[in-house]
Ligand binder design. Structure first.
Ligand SMILES: [Ca+2]
Length: 125
């Protein structure tokens, strides 16, 4: 019985480790059906200039929707749970903390869809 409990505990710890969210990431909340340039089931991460190398978890479930992005990336929720609010995790892929240097709404695009910044992360802006 103790052995089984230990096995379960180890499994839980392993799962937690897999989904452990990094404090290094830039994390925002968006509402995809607020007004913007993308469709009501999308959100476009706006970039400008060069130097990007980032991964995206569009719904913060531990599974990346995109890796090694070098420009804008559009999260599409039509194949997930449809329009609504989502937490987006943007992760550096450069290994140097420089993979997401800027977010650039330029007072337009999907600026009304971002509702909160949960975490700025430790990347170089
Ligand atoms: Ca995901």
């Amino acid at each position: 019985m103790q052995r089984k409990a230990l096995a379960i505990l180890i499994s839980i710890c392993s799962i937690t480790q897999v989904y452990a969210a990094s404090d290094n990431d830039f994390v925002i909340i968006i509402k995809s059906d607020n007004s913007g340039f993308s469709t009501p089931t999308q959100f476009t991460i706006p970039t400008t200039g060069s130097g990007y190398n980032y991964n995206v978890d569009c719904n913060d479930d531990g599974t990346l929707e995109a890796a090694a992005q070098t420009g804008n990336y559009t999260c599409d929720y039509s194949s997930l749970s449809g329009a609504g609010s989502y937490t987006i995790r943007i992760e550096d892929n450069s290994g140097l903390g420089t993979g997401f240097p800027r977010i650039h709404f330029n007072n337009t695009a999907d600026r009304r869809k971002i509702t909160a910044v949960l975490q700025w992360g430790n990347g170089t802006w």
